[in-house]
Design a protein around this ligand. Structure first.
Ligand SMILES: Cc1cc2nc3c(=O)[nH]c(=O)nc-3n(C[C@H](O)[C@H](O)[C@H](O)COP(=O)(O)OP(=O)(O)OC[C@H]3O[C@@H](n4cnc5c(N)ncnc54)[C@H](O)[C@@H]3O)c2cc1C
Length: 482
């Protein structure tokens, strides 16, 4: 057993060109039809990246339109001994959809069937449905689908469920996995399974498994009635600790905000430079808060508790009086990504979650690390859940990428030291897999290896993701094949 702690992620390297004769691929092409199989290298190269990393050009790219197509691909992969990398919109930020060796990429972007059953309040979606489309289709029935990753205009339901994605609404409404009532998936041997939520919860095993246990081909998603009223405020603070304490006090008073977002000074200045919204550049922290519900008095009262808590902790509060003002305030949050993207040519996004009470210490420790490494770090996140996204901004011509990765790992260690976890919502992918022995207790880690071996004994589904390849607590006989 080799334990390799704290190593930086392995950069993907091309192991070999696919040695199989073209005839083999031809067989699959005949079975699926030419429009579903990409053979040209120039086309395949477009499926080697995700939101954070560029990997190896896949040997084949398949664009299935049905579960039956997925079964064909899995059987074919088994026959030719190639691994499978499932892929949604490739907006992932932990390298989950990146092929690390020659593989078959299964891109679900053409599996986009979606239907709404308003009576049962259920949406049935294929994995390639873009997230926001579920709420869009449900809205005419007065319903919506709460999970709202900031990427919801590009990310897919398959990618969301594989990462158990969260979003600004997760504090009140929960994360993607909380809305799955049933799941269809194809296992590593090509068998189709249909799971329902029940006492022993196998759906929960697939959700968040990052494409390593099965290929999800359909999901039944719970819909909620649209809240009739929403109120919004923005508060700015001279100290990060004041913002965190205000949030804790408001929650202790009984407020359950539907959105609760935090931005640090670097983020506030970046958005102000980008949009000139009149945000105070001297503020150390900014909170954006929504309360929602069907009783206007309760919704207003909840927001009043939050406003009062903010004021008591030194916050300057601005209330939105109508939909246009609400929209203007939330524009600041929605602009974070392009705003910080405009500062330096490149950035890498961390994703940690810590107890809310540790947040001030964590934000300060991360600021200090940025200064120590001579790199700019800006921080924002879903503060209700203690979820923080420190972004390291850099110029590869001046800042060696090695140094950036080292800083990212130190940031993850700060989270672990403060009782936090390695990932709040972006998953482990290959970016953080070598950290798992540091972040997860040995018994849980061993259970994860056993689980992987039970679902995918030949290690063919998204190999190299989530679990460190250089460490295995399993006996030789039960080890995953390399
Ligand atoms: C600007 C921006 C903002 C973001 N904001 C958020 C946020 O607020 N909250 C959040 O949680 N994330 C956020 N993300 C990260 C990302 O959008 C999410 O992780 C999202 O869930 C990924 O969806 P995708 O369709 O792009 O999946 P991909 O990136 O294509 O894949 C992600 C993982 O899912 C697996 N996968 C995909 N489809 C299937 C399937 N059908 N069956 C099995 N496995 C599958 C892949 O193998 C991979 O491991 C953000 C990203 C960006 C770029």
């Amino acid at each position: 057993m080799i334990l390799n702690l704290g190593r930086k992620p392995v950069k993907p390297t091309l192991r070999r060109e696919w040695a199989q004769p073209a005839r083999t691929a031809q067989e699959l092409l005949e079975r699926l039809g030419p429009e579903k199989v990409l053979l040209e290298r120039a086309q395949r190269r477009n499926y080697a990246y995700d939101g954070i990393a560029l990997g190896v050009t896949p040997a084949l790219v398949i664009l299935p339109t049905s579960t039956a197509d997925v079964v064909e691909v899995v059987r074919f992969a088994h026959q030719v001994g190639l691994p499978i990398v499932p892929r949604g919109a490739a907006s992932g930020l932990s390298g989950g959809a990146v092929p690390l060796e020659e593989s078959i990429v299964v891109s679900f972007t053409r599996m986009t069937a979606l239907s709404i059953d308003p009576q049962a309040r259920i949406a049935t979606a294929q994995p390639g449905v873009v997230t926001y489309r579920v709420s869009e289709a449900a809205r005419p029935y007065g319903l919506f689908y709460p999970p709202d990753p900031a990427s919801f205009r590009t990310s897919t339901i398959g990618g969301n469920l594989a990462e158990n994605a969260g979003g600004p609404m997760c504090f009140k409404w929960g994360v993607s996995g909380d809305y799955v009532l049933g799941l269809e998936f194809v296992d590593a041997s090509g068998q189709v399974h249909r799971l329902e939520r029940q006492a022993y919860d196998l759906v929960g095993l697939l959700v968040g498994s990052e494409g390593t246990l099965g290929l999800m081909t359909e999901a039944k998603l719970r819909l909620e009635p649209l809240p009739r009223y929403t109120h919004t405020l923005m508060a700015t603070f001279a100290e990060v600790g004041q913002a965190a304490e205000a949030v804790s006090q408001a929650i202790a008073a009984g407020a359950v905000p539907s959105k609760l977002e935090f931005m640090d000074n670097g983020c506030i200045c970046a958005v102000e430079d980008y949009l000139r919204l009149g945000l105070p550049r001297q503020a150390a922290a900014l909170l954006l808060v929504d309360t929602d519900g069907d009783d206007p008095q309760v919704v207003a009262e909840e927001l009043a508790w939050v406003a009062e808590a903010c004021r008591q902790h030194g916050g300057q509060v601005r209330l939105a009086h109508d939909a246009a003002e609400r929209e203007a305030l939330w524009k600041a949050r929605r602009s974070i990504s392009p705003a910080i993207g405009a500062i330096k040519p490149k950035r890498l996004n961390e994703d940690i979650a810590v107890p809310r009470s540790s947040l001030p210490a964590v934000v300060r420790a991360i600021e200090a690390l940025g200064r120590q490494y001579g790199l700019q770090v800006v921080q924002f996140g879903h503060i209700g859940d203690g979820n923080l996204h420190p972004n390291v901004l850099f110029d590869p011509r001046q800042d060696p990428e090695e140094k950036v990765w080292e800083l990212l790992h130190e940031i993850a260690r700060v989270a672990l030291r403060h009782g936090g976890v390695l990932s709040g919502e972006h998953g482990i992918g290959f970016m953080k897999r070598d950290f798992m022995p540091e972040a997860v207790d040995p018994t849980t880690l061993e259970a994860l290896y056993h689980l992987k071996a039970a679902f995918d004994p030949a290690n063919r589904l998204n190999p190299g993701k989530v679990l460190p390849q250089t460490y295995s607590p399993l006996p030789e006989s039960a080890k995953l094949s390399p």
